[in-house]
Design a protein around this ligand. Structure first.
Ligand code: F6R
Length: 240
């Protein structure tokens, strides 16, 4: 694993965006795995800037988001569909038919959706470059502690800590979903290259356990130690 420590969040975001942009330039039909949350906001801002100021062309990429809440319509203000539209897709030129986000809307057969989503990743040829954040409990995507390292896209229950961390995105506690569709750890480990991003002191403990501790299903991100092509970009606070 290559570990890069940057002085701050802005530098982390720029370095991560440079890696993505370079990969797209080398391979325009790149298949990207994308996270949501606080951590990737800077990288998306930087990709939007590169698209408008440096002609970064994303018209041939395909994207697969890592997860989505169950029970929110795609237009719900706190859905990951909305997040991706607002922070990235509205501002760049990824064709809508090349954007994939699990559908967790009310009324969806989420088991079937999970199976189809996993198949769609395979049919696309697998993920070339997958970006992940890390939860304060060590989760990657919504693979909570205890998730199998061979897990696939599926319906999961969100950990209490994950729901607490999501509180700021919802009007009230009771609106926070209890379940999500997430790609599995097995799905993540099949990506050809992985970029792990962590920023801030709240992530330091999880980062230490994931990168420096034993590989264990108690710490889902520790599975990344098994992968041959991981770059972790940490700011100083997360690296501490
Ligand atoms: C989101 C996701 C989560 C987050 C993680 C960190 O799509 O898969 O695993 O990456 O919870 O979230 P932030 O970046 O908000 O600290």
């Amino acid at each position: 694993m290559q570990v890069l420590v940057t002085p701050d969040y802005l530098t982390l975001s720029r370095q991560a965006a440079d890696i993505v942009a370079e990969a797209v330039r080398l391979q325009p039909p790149l298949i990207l795995g994308l996270p949501t949350g606080n951590t990737p906001l800077g990288i998306y801002r930087e990709l939007v800037r590169k698209h408008s100021e440096e002609n970064l062309d994303l018209s041939r990429v395909q994207t697969f988001n890592l997860d989505e809440y169950i029970g929110l319509a795609s237009g719900h203000p706190s859905s990951y569909h909305t997040y991706m539209r607002l922070h990235l897709f509205e501002h760049v030129n990824v064709p809508v038919e090349r954007i994939h986000i699990p559908d967790g809307a009310p009324g969806t057969d989420t088991e079937l959706e999970s199976t189809c989503y996993e198949q769609a990743i395979h049919q696309a040829g697998g993920i070339d470059l997958l970006i992940v954040g890390i939860g304060s409990n060590g989760h990657i995507a919504f693979n909570e502690p205890g998730s199998s390292f061979t897990s696939r896209t599926r319906v999961v229950d969100l950990a209490i800590e994950t729901r607490e961390n999501a509180r700021r995105y919802f009007a009230s506690e009771k609106e926070i979903p209890h379940q999500a569709i997430t790609v599995g750890i097995g799905t993540i480990l099949e990506a050809r290259r992985i970029l792990l991003l962590a920023s801030g002191s709240a992530k330091a403990k999880a980062v230490a356990r994931a990168l420096g501790g034993p590989v264990s299903e108690d710490v889902p991100a520790s599975a990344l130690q098994h992968h041959p092509q991981v770059t972790a970009i940490l700011d100083e606070a997360a690296a501490r």
